[in-house]
Design a protein around this ligand. Structure first.
Ligand SMILES: NC(=O)c1ccc[n+]([C@@H]2O[C@H](COP(=O)([O-])OP(=O)(O)OC[C@H]3O[C@@H](n4cnc5c(N)ncnc54)[C@H](OP(=O)(O)O)[C@@H]3O)[C@@H](O)[C@H]2O)c1
Length: 324
C-alpha cells in the first residue's frame, strides 16, 4: 500500500514538474542555463580589456554584438567584406561604447580568401599584441529543397559556413596555444541541432561545426582555450536577403517582416555576450516552438523525429520563419 502511495506521489510530482518546465519553455527566449547566467552569472563587463575579433560584423548579429562588447569595454576587430558598413559600425561603437578610435580596428576580409586568414590574424597581433576571443559569426543561410539544390551550392555553402570557420580558427590557434589562453565563439544555429527543412545544406554546415568544435574543446582544454557554440533560432537580421537558393549565383532576397516571431538582434547579441562572459559551452537563443523542439531533440531524439514527421515540413518551415 505504501509503495502505491509513493508511486502515485512521485508520478504527481513529476507531472507537475513537467508541466512547469513546459510552461516555462514557452515563455523564455533562451535555454535555462543561459537564463540563469543572465540573472546570476558573470556580467558582460567582465570582458573589459579583451581583444575580440568578430567576423560578419557589418550587419545583423555581428553588428549588435560589436555594440554590446564596446559597451562592455572590449577592444574590437570588425571584419566583413563591406568596409563602409564596418566603418559605420565602428563609429556607432565609439558613440555607444567605452571605446576610442584606436580600440576598434576595421579589417576587411572575405572569409572565402583562405590564404589571407593568417595574414589577417598577424595584422591584429601587430595592432593589439593579442587576440583573446575570435567570434566566427559570418555566415549565409539557405532556402531551397535538398533535392533541388545543386552540388555547386552545397560546395559553396560548406566552404562559406564550415571550412572558412575552421581555417580562421586555425589562424588564431597557434597564438592562443602559445599564450595558453583563448576563447573561440561560433555562431552556429538551432538548425545545427535539428535538421531544418528547406535548409538541408545549411543544417549540414552547422552540424559539422558542432562536431568539430566539440572535439576541439576537449583537445584544447589543456591549453586553457574554450569554445562557445551559440545556437540562435529565428533572429531579425539581413540573413534572408543573402541566403543561398538551390541555384548557384542567386540569392533568396527576402526581407524579414516586423510581424514575424523572432528574437531582436539586440537581445540575441546581449545573450551571446553573456554566454561569452560566462565561458559557456553551448547556448540556445530562441523562442518556442523552436526552443521546445531543441530540448526535445536533445533529450528525446526519437520522439522529436516522430513529432516532426507528423507536423510536416511546411508547418516546421512556417514556425522557423516566425509565422507559427
Ligand atoms: N538571423 C537568424 O535567424 C540566424 C539564426 C541562426 C543562426 N544565424 C547565424 O548568425 C550568423 C550571422 O548572420 P545574421 O543573421 O546576422 O545575418 P546578416 O545580417 O546577413 O550578417 C551576415 C554577416 O556575414 C558577413 N559575410 C557574408 N559573407 C561573407 C564573406 N564571404 N566574407 C566575410 N563576411 C561575410 C556579412 O558581411 P559582408 O556582406 O559585408 O561581407 C554580414 O556581416 C550567421 O552565421 C548565421 O548563420 C542567424
Amino acid at each position: 500500500m505504501d509503495l502505491v502511495i509513493l508511486c502515485t506521489v512521485s508520478v504527481l510530482i513529476l507531472t507537475i514538474l513537467l508541466i512547469g518546465f513546459l510552461g516555462l519553455i514557452f515563455v523564455i527566449d533562451c535555454d535555462l542555463l543561459l537564463l540563469w547566467k543572465s540573472k546570476f552569472g558573470a556580467k558582460t563587463d567582465s570582458l573589459a580589456g579583451k581583444v575580440v575579433w568578430i567576423t560578419g560584423a557589418s550587419s545583423g548579429i555581428g553588428e549588435f554584438l560589436a555594440y554590446k562588447l564596446a559597451e562592455s569595454g572590449c577592444q574590437l576587430v570588425l571584419s566583413a567584406r563591406r568596409v563602409n558598413e564596418l566603418q559605420r559600425v565602428k563609429s556607432e561603437c565609439i558613440l555607444r561604447g567605452r571605446v576610442k578610435e584606436d580600440d576598434v580596428l576595421v579589417l576587411e576580409i572575405d572569409v572565402l580568401d583562405f590564404n589571407k586568414h593568417t595574414k589577417a590574424a598577424n595584422k591584429i597581433l601587430s595592432h593589439f599584441g593579442k587576440i583573446d576571443i575570435l567570434v566566427n559569426n559570418a555566415g549565409r543561410s539557405q532556402r531551397a529543397l535538398a533535392a533541388e539544390t545543386s552540388i555547386e551550392v552545397d560546395r559553396e555553402m560548406i566552404e562559406m559556413n564550415t571550412l572558412s570557420v575552421l581555417s580562421l580558427t586555425k589562424a588564431v590557434l597557434p597564438h592562443m596555444m602559445e599564450r595558453k589562453e583563448g576563447h573561440i565563439v561560433v555562431t552556429s544555429s538551432v538548425a545545427g541541432k535539428i535538421g531544418a527543412p528547406f535548409s538541408a545544406t545549411y543544417s549540414a554546415t552547422k552540424f559539422a561545426l558542432q562536431g568539430w568544435f566539440d572535439a576541439l574543446r576537449i583537445e584544447q582544454k589543456e591549453n586553457n582555450i574554450n569554445v562557445t557554440m551559440v545556437c540562435p533560432g529565428p533572429v531579425f537580421s539581413n540573413l534572408l536577403q543573402h541566403a543561398f537558393t538551390g541555384e548557384a549565383g542567386t540569392t533568396y532576397n527576402r526581407d524579414m517582416q516586423a510581424t514575424e516571431k523572432r528574437i531582436t538582434t539586440e537581445r540575441c547579441a546581449e545573450l551571446m555576450a553573456i554566454a561569452m562572459a560566462n565561458n559557456m559551452y553551448e547556448v540556445w537563443i530562441s523562442f518556442s516552438p523552436p526552443l521546445f523542439f531543441t530540448y526535445l531533440t536533445q533529450y528525446s531524439p526519437t520522439l522529436a523525429r516522430w513529432i516532426a514527421g507528423i507536423v510536416g515540413m511546411k508547418a516546421i518551415h512556417k514556425i522557423r520563419e516566425g509565422n507559427a
